[in-house]
Design a protein around this ligand. Sequence first.
Ligand SMILES: [Zn+2]
Length: 91
Amino acid sequence: MARYYCPYCNPKYQFQKQSSKGNLICGLCGEDLVKKPFIRLNQIIALVAASSLLLPLIYTFIFLIKNQLNPPNKNYQANGTLMIIIKETIS
Ligand SMILES: [Zn+2]
């Protein structure tokens, strides 16, 4: 369902009217109504720009928290036990 809006008037007080030609016009100013798209291209661009700025920040933040929760030397221990398991399976 396509919604129509007037680009010049306040959306709160807009009402649609049908002109003598048969197309929808704004009841306040008489301008032709514009079809409102579901997702505007501007919104997509803004979202991409915002995410490209925020994602690295969030990623580094998560990485810092992870490092604080389990320090890197614990990971080495995990790798050591893994190496032992691998060695046992080989021999
Ligand atoms: Zn209007």
